[in-house]
Design a protein around this ligand. Structure first.
Ligand SMILES: [Zn+2]
Length: 188
């Protein structure tokens, strides 16, 4: 059975057995919070368990590295929608140690892109239209600085209400232990 069939077959019995019932929630976060974190596989269940979050408690936004690359990109839009439309009052930026987005060797990534059949012409066309691929693919060198930067972009966004608390933390992907980087209550 391929992965898709496996998922579809499991899903059929999940729904038939009404296993969804214990996950009932509304779209409004009960704990009025947004978590912005990394897509790392180790955090999928560990992060909510380690923060005592259940289905319905928080809005989760994830990408590679918990990095905001653009103040008017989809991450910032998601955070603003969570605040204005879904009643979130606090934002938690949570980076982690050993992140795949730290110290990426973008020269090697570009080599892999070429090996997978993307042409040099395509890369040149992108570079010529103003996209610096190495910069764009690069994550961050230091997770603490990266979390502080994301917190600052959110906190200082022109559309961010002043009464929203924006915290910055780092999670250990093995133990779930949190390290405080920015205490949003004292960062007004
Ligand atoms: Zn990561």
């Amino acid at each position: 059975m391929n992965r898709l069939d496996e998922i579809l077959s499991y899903n059929k019995s999940f729904v038939e057995n009404k296993e969804y019932e214990k996950y009932k929630a509304t779209k409004y976060p009960d704990k009025k919070m947004v978590i912005f974190s990394c897509m790392d596989t180790r955090l999928t269940e560990l992060l909510p368990r380690a923060l005592n979050l259940r289905n319905g408690d928080a809005k989760f936004i994830k990408n590679a590295g918990a990095v905001i690359t653009h103040p008017f990109g989809s991450i910032m839009r998601s955070i603003l929608v969570a605040i204005y439309e879904l009643n979130a009052e606090e934002v938690f930026v949570i980076g982690h140690h050993g992140c795949g987005m730290s110290n990426i060797d973008t020269t090697k990534t570009l080599e892999k892109i070429l090996q997978r059949g993307i042409s040099k012409d395509t890369l040149s066309t992108l570079e010529n239209s103003g996209i610096n691929l190495k910069n764009w693919l690069h994550g961050f060198d230091c997770v603490t600085d990266s979390v502080k930067k994301s917190v600052s972009i959110i906190k200082n966004h022109p559309l961010m209400p002043k009464d929203v608390f924006v915290h910055g933390l780092i999670i250990d992907p093995e133990t779930g232990k949190l390290e405080l980087v920015v205490d949003g209550y004292n960062n007004l």
